[in-house]
Design a protein around this ligand. Sequence first.
Ligand SMILES: C[S@@+](CC[C@H](N)C(=O)[O-])C[C@H]1O[C@@H](n2cnc3c(N)ncnc32)[C@H](O)[C@@H]1O
Length: 297
Amino acid sequence: MYHKPVLLNECMELLGILPGGTYVDATFGGGGHSRGLLKKLETGRLIAFDQDEDAAQNAFEDPRFTFVNHNFRFMKNFLRLHKQVPVDGIMADLGISSHQIDIPARGFSTRSEGALDMRMDRRKPLTAHTIINTYTEEKLIETFRMYGEIINAKKLASKISEARRAKEIASTTELVAIAKTCAERGKENKYLAQVFQALRIEVNQEMENLEEFLSQCLNVLKSRGRLAVISYHSLEDKMVKNYFRTGNFEGELKKDFYGNVLSPWKMITRKAVVAGEKEIEENSRARSARLRVAEKI
Ligand SMILES: C[S@@+](CC[C@H](N)C(=O)[O-])C[C@H]1O[C@@H](n2cnc3c(N)ncnc32)[C@H](O)[C@@H]1O
């Protein structure tokens, strides 16, 4: 299976789908959420984005559906091109698909041998190989600290730098062997996940893309249109939460004369929606999923 959708029913319900509306799935992947959206749409339209060309194989033959093989940071331009602005709802299910993790050559998995790639969009030049082999030690420290929240980033960067002086670090297995020497005994898997997360975020410029995407949502949504975002790590979730709460990325609360919060968004979910035990049992990826939904005022 390409990918099993997470929080599918919750997402469909909270988007409040209008049967004749226009919707965007910013992260098509295996098309699980898109299929759910199309089921609810009668005369409506769905425009789906995915920057990975592999996702195109899942695109539907349906006159209501358009697939765009590009980064969602260009959503506004593509929606204009397809004359689909404004829209009634947008959803994004961030991160990578099971398909991407399952193919060793893509380099996303800590468990199998593959090239240090980690690009979702293979038309882009930056790979994990470039980062690991050419970034300065300072830049490596910053990447691991910022995107992996790794406490001993200095030690890790120094080990990488030492290893690459002897020989280029070419594979995920080589990187795993180096990183393991920096991990606390018994916590190797968690540590490796943090290292790989940091690299993946840097390779794919995930935080920049998310910020750009969220800002555009406000421009392309109708008033009372809804935005649903599922995130899988705290950096993304924090950005989404701050943005929904305050309308800016710093999380600065602006209030009017009467003390009312000035945000262009009304929160539909007061707290993040998380998966139930049954879903987590059937799909371990659901464990870290956090869904937040807001409505444009
Ligand atoms: C978690 S999967 C989505 C799974 C999908 N909801 C489903 O039900 O099959 C995330 C997908 O979003 C894509 N993606 C991540 N960031 C993206 C971006 N900035 N622009 C376009 N696609 C992106 C990935 O390539 C991946 O296929």
